[in-house]
Design a protein around this ligand. Structure first.
Ligand code: CTP
Length: 403
């Protein structure tokens, strides 16, 4: 809930990208923000008040001279009673009005009356964006302290023309909102971190591979949590279906050896958190062609060889990070096995958990972990993987800063 308690006024102006602002509302609310939507006349040509009202669970403000709207909050309170005003999509016309201080409808009046930060996500035809008038307005808005996100390059929905002008995707607008509203302390500012996440896939032939049930949720959450505390994070991820976390550099790999190379090439770093469920073995020589079954014959045995242990390599490396954290996925003797791994792999901390199928941890959204260090064991309550990630990031920050 990165936007918990944040109040956002969302101005939707009239462009085809308005349909994406419906998704934007959902994404912002998912993260805990409350939304007060304002729609211009143009916006109402593209999407309905009903859809915006239902998704935002709010009254939709449309008129400057509406007795009902003015009695509800009034345009001055609408402009000030929020943490941020987001305009998505922002048309060339609305940006021109803002740059010149017009106030002839509700949206432009709120924008002139506000003393809150404003984020603009422009969306328009590439020729309109490139026009000197629009570019002059963009410079003026920037000089006025207005924040811009996008536009992006790509094909226009209506004309098929290519060029700069597409509205930034909703999740990237959310990331920009999170950055603007992030007032949390940054105890990991200036620190670098490497996190591994997900399974690895070890090929048998071009269509088959050895894998495991890791979803990558815990590793991705840790990468995002470290980044929220200000760390410069590289996430090395095996094949997962999750989106890349915001504010993190994500490197995609398939095999354990690729993961090892990606991790080692990023040393030195201050922090390493090895969460990936790396396959212990790979096939000695993956077949170039799909292996065919021979009717009546026993299947050929798979010849396996051990994969490099990435955590152990990092834990004993000459550029060993100041804090090395490993995970231990166990189905029995969780503490003993965790302690052995701490020693053997040269880690400072092992986050051990019981991944027996009945716990639902592997592939699930919750986790119950034990923290094993050289000096003892701490048992954390059952938490969401995001909560485990936040706590672990705080603990790492505390240790790194001498706590
Ligand atoms: N790990 C690693 N490279 C490997 C195997 C494991 O970096 N080739 C890391 C994992 O990311 C995790 C820790 O080592 O942080 C422990 O992983 P786990 O699978 O529990 O341990 P293994 O060493 O594979 O031991 P076993 O499978 O025998 O329990």
């Amino acid at each position: 809930m990165t936007l918990a308690g944040k109040r956002i006024v969302l101005i939707i102006s009239g462009g085809i990208a308005a349909y994406k602002s419906l998704d934007l509302i959902r994404r912002l609310r998912e993260r805990g923000a409350s939304i007060r939507p304002i729609m211009t006349r143009g916006a109402q040509e593209f999407i309905t008040q009903l859809a915006v009202g239902a998704l935002s669970a709010s009254h939709v403000y449309t008129e400057l001279f509406s007795r009902e709207d003015e009695q509800d909050v009034g345009h001055i309170r609408l402009a000030r009673d929020c943490d941020l005003i987001v305009i998505a999509p922002a048309t060339a016309d609305l940006m021109a009005k803002m740059a010149n201080g017009h106030a002839d409808d509700l949206a432009s009046t709120v924008l002139l009356a506000t003393d809150r930060p404003v984020l603009v996500a422009p969306a328009m035809n590439p020729k309109m964006w490139a026009h000197p008038a629009t570019q002059r307005n963009v410079s003026t808005l920037k000089a006025d302290g207005i924040n811009l996100v996008g536009p992006m390059a790509g094909e226009m929905a209506e004309s098929g023309e290519n060029g700069l002008g597409r509205m930034t995707e909703p999740l990237d607008i959310v990331a920009a909102v999170e950055r603007l509203l992030d007032d949390a302390p940054k105890p990991l500012a200036g620190k670098t971190a490497i996190v591994t996440s997900g399974p690895t896939h070890e090929p048998i032939d071009p269509v088959r591979y050895i894998a495991n049930r890791s979803s990558g949720r815990q590793g991705h959450a840790i990468a995002a949590a470290l980044a929220r505390l200000g760390a410069d994070v590289t996430l090395v991820s095996g094949p997962v279906t999750l989106p890349d976390p915001t504010g993190v550099k994500t490197v995609h790999v398939e095999r354990a050896e690729e993961m090892r190379d990606a991790v080692i090439s990023r040393l030195p770093a201050d922090i390493a958190v090895m969460v990936a469920a790396v396959a212990d073995w790979r096939t000695v020589a993956p077949a170039d062609q799909k292996i065919k079954k021979q009717p009546g014959e026993a299947p050929a045995p798979l010849r396996l060889t051990e994969n490099p242990d990435i955590l152990k390599t990092v834990g004993h490396h000459k550029y060993r990070p100041k804090i090395v954290v490993g995970f231990a996925a166990e189905t029995q003797n969780v503490e003993d096995n965790g302690r052995t791994k701490l020693e053997r792999k040269g880690a400072d901390l092992i986050v051990a958990n019981d991944v027996s199928p009945e716990t639902g941890i592997m592939g699930g959204t919750r986790n119950s972990v034990k923290l094993i260090t050289k000096t003892g064991v701490e048992t954390w309550p059952d938490l969401s993987k995001d909560e485990v990630a936040d706590r672990l990031a705080q603990l790492i920050a505390g240790r790194l800063n001498g706590g």
